[in-house]
Design a protein around this ligand. Structure first.
Ligand SMILES: Cc1cc2nc3c(=O)[nH]c(=O)nc-3n(C[C@H](O)[C@H](O)[C@H](O)COP(=O)(O)OP(=O)(O)OC[C@H]3O[C@@H](n4cnc5c(N)ncnc54)[C@H](O)[C@@H]3O)c2cc1C
Length: 261
């Protein structure tokens, strides 16, 4: 089984600062990490590698420095890694991004595609489902658990909803989006950290893929950002000096007023 895991390099949002003039994210000097949901997707694929010998291929679209994220996936145990990079890809919205990634999946071939549920910077959760639509394959979102059923050669996926779980079994090529709550990703091991240096990162550019240039990049992106604004909080803080019983009553009263209890 060959699993392609789509990973995105994102700014570590706990350290993000907003430019007060332009209202855009200040990325300079902000450390980058692998998107947390994607690390969980990689962990799910690596567990299938241990369980049934799956081949795990990491794939990212981004600038040349995204290679660092791919090196981390190799050090965690991925067998191969590919970077999709080209000036023609710049400015792509989610639809154009998924068009490019779907073309790369077609080129590389796969039995399953794993994505994170959502990226912590773009936050749309659109790219995974859109890749599935481009490829015309089933999509199983919000995966909380993924396991291989050896007897049937199928994948069993536990999906998380707000109030319940749903278990599905799937055979054939499919796309799964994984939640970061699936599992704590493994640490890189010393052997893989050392040996990943010898592995080559595959580079895929526009020329390597069958894509209509009108469907990618800024020009091929139907989403246009008209403006961005930082949310202003206008709530005031009230400090009350109360004993425990009075404090409990005040909290109950406040919750009642907001119809929360
Ligand atoms: C109008 C517009 C212009 C934009 N211009 C730019 C730009 O110039 N430069 C720029 O960097 N971004 C740009 N973006 C942002 C870019 O579209 C998104 O970063 C990208 O499409 C991913 O969307 P998301 O972060 O919401 O991912 P989500 O849909 O939340 O991600 C879901 C999953 O899809 C996979 N995935 C997402 N992105 C990638 C990726 N790049 N590689 C591999 N897997 C991935 C991951 O598994 C991820 O967990 C633009 C967005 C818009 C709307």
């Amino acid at each position: 089984m060959k699993i392609i895991v789509c990973i995105k390099q994102v700014p570590n949002t706990t350290e993000i600062k907003i430019d007060p003039v332009t209202n855009t994210l200040k990325r300079d000097g902000v450390p980058s990490i692998i998107n947390p949901d994607d690390k969980a997707a990689l962990e799910a694929a690596l567990r299938l590698k241990a369980q049934c010998g799956a081949e795990v291929v990491a794939l990212t679209m981004g600038p040349p420095q995204a290679e660092k994220a791919l090196r981390e996936t190799l050090a965690m145990g991925a067998d191969a890694a590919y970077l999709l990079t080209d000036r023609a890809f710049a400015g792509s919205d989610t639809l154009a991004t998924s068009t490019i990634i779907a073309a790369a999946v077609k080129k590389l071939g796969a039995d399953a595609v794993f994505c994170g549920r959502q990226a912590i910077d773009g936050d749309t959760a659109q790219v995974g489902p859109q890749i599935a639509e481009h490829l015309g394959i089933p999509q199983i979102t919000y995966a909380q658990d993924v396991e291989y059923c050896e007897k049937k050669g199928t994948l069993r996926i536990k999906r998380q909803f707000e109030d319940r779980y749903q278990t599905l079994e799937v055979s054939g090529l499919c796309l799964i989006t994984v939640l970061s709550s699936y599992a704590k990703p493994r640490y890189m091991n010393v052997w893989d950290i050392v040996s990943q240096d010898e592995k080559e990162i595959g580079i895929l550019t526009f020329a390597d893929l069958e894509i209509n240039p009108a469907e990618i990049g800024l020009g091929g992106s139907p989403t246009k950002v008209k403006s961005t604004a930082t949310k202003q909080f206008d709530k005031t803080i009230e400090t009350l000096e109360l004993d425990a019983e009075q404090a409990a009553n005040a909290i109950v009263e406040a919750l009642k007023q907001k119809h929360l209890i």
